[in-house]
Design a protein. Sequence first.
Length: 335
Amino acid sequence: LRVSLTDRCNLRCRYCMPEDGEEIFTPAPGGDVLTAEELRRLLRLFVQLGVRKVRLTGGEPTIRGDFDRIVEDLGELNASLPEPMSLGITTNGVRLHRFLPQMRAAKLRNINLSLDTLEPAKFPFLAGKPVEWHARIMKALEEVADQAEHFQLKLNCVLLRGANEDEIGAFVDLAERMPIEVRFLEFMPFDGNSWSSNRLVPQADIVAAVQRHLAGRGGLQADRLPPDSPHDVARLWQVPGWRGRIGVIASMTDAFCGGCNRLRVTASGELRNCLFGEEGWSLRDVVRSGASDMAIAAAIAEAVQRKHSKLGGKRDMFELQERGSKALPMIALGG
């Protein structure tokens, strides 16, 4: 279950957000966004229905003023179970440092850090924020990687042709000295993100660039690894003797829909059964109507039963592009 805490963010990454609107906020009762109390109830119910993996997303989840309470609530729920869940977060890392103690206490171990360039000069163009923020993200990356006993770190890089595909080798080299998974993502079409197949760097090109870079480092080669589970989204490689791994998420050219076990709750409380789906079920409205847990569970069951086998019912990336406003922006879906 991927729970979006907000559709706001303190970065303006071009592949994620439409070109228009941060900062710290706490939802008011009765507003558009689920409150911490409403999230607590829904999370408890999803766990009762069998969910054993929860990831906090956004927008940027750490800009919620009550983020520390949400993490604490999730930790308490986790501690009440006979066996602990897998807890994670997807974050841009700008505000991550201050919340690491709460995450350790809650046993939130899985951190996906989004970073699309290692070159500070590119950061304002790709993320729409001052170059100084890049240093904060790099510091968070190092800090989390140094705490491998507490955290498992995956570094997500969305590749855009003409913008950052020339950095594939530099990202790959991080896996030599850090116990992290460096993952390259294909550019996906969402409402307002100016998607074009010409800007997509496909999996075949990514893998070729990785192996070409390694060969230039004295004949190194990355070996293909089996998936960690049937539900993995990344194809994995590792250079023998390196601490980290390399992954590719090829959602456009080699879709992994067959193994997908993901549900998403948007910040406004809408349950989505697919990243690319056009239909949603408002759990927020059901909760605020005074519905029982049984009625909420029925709404969840309906959404699960209507999940398409692939790409939200679309054939390929070109049909996905044609969805228009039926496709929520990535920032609203939570990735």
